[in-house]
Design a protein around this ligand. Structure first.
Ligand code: IMP
Ligand code: MG
Length: 179
């Protein structure tokens, strides 16, 4: 499919599943090498990263534990900047090497909130892996260790990303078509 309609908007294909898999294989190679011999706790952020986390997890060549977390911040197409913990980081983060897995870092508000929350639990280390990154709207200054793809400040859906709860399940990624 080259175009999809979700609610009132038309989106066009941006990245297909083959390209997604190539990006994942590259990320998994780096992460597997960096975490070799370490006790890794992967914390994927629900709901958006469920597909990415599953693909990344099975592409890693190292053993790892998984604990999903969930925070709410976003409504419609605008980031509100407000964040709430719905499913928090587990206490077992203490002393572990935590890898946060996100679908997308936009303003960075959600991630910044999570990082502050996680610090209190005294993990041995914290790294961030996001599939998408929007550098033009990023307003924080934390380091992002693993980035699948940097994109312009446009709205995308698919591969876990939604527009008002629809469009998440597409295996490819689509971008808002303004024409
Ligand atoms: P941030 O707190 O501004 O970085 O926003 C992060 C969250 O906003 C992500 O985890 C997504 O849920 C959502 N988000 C940001 N950009 C997009 C997009 O282009 N499509 C769908 N969701 C997005
Ligand atoms: Mg998200």
């Amino acid at each position: 499919m080259n175009k999809v309609t979700v609610h009132d908007k038309v989106f066009r294909l941006l990245i297909d599943r083959d390209e997604i898999q190539t990006i994942i294989d590259g990320l998994a190679d780096q992460i597997s090498a960096d975490y070799k011999g370490l006790d890794m706790l992967m914390c994927p952020v629900l709901t958006g990263s469920y597909m990415f986390a599953a693909d990344l997890s099975r592409a890693l060549s190292i053993d790892h534990e998984i604990s999903f977390v969930r925070f709410a911040s976003y409504q419609g197409m605008q980031s509100t900047g407000e964040v709430k913990a719905l499913l928090d980081f587990p206490k077992s983060c203490k002393g572990r090497h935590v890898l946060i897995v996100e679908d997308i870092v936009d303003t960075g508000a959600t991630m910044d909130f999570m990082l502050n929350r996680l610090q209190v639990l005294e993990p041995a280390s914290v790294s961030i892996c996001t599939f998408f990154f929007k550098p033009a709207s990023f307003k924080k200054n934390f380091k992002i260790d693993y980035i699948g793809r940097s994109i312009q400040d446009d709205f995308i859906i698919g591969y876990g990303l939604d527009y008002d709860n629809s469009g998440r399940s597409y295996p490819d990624v689509y971008i808002l078509d303004n024409e």
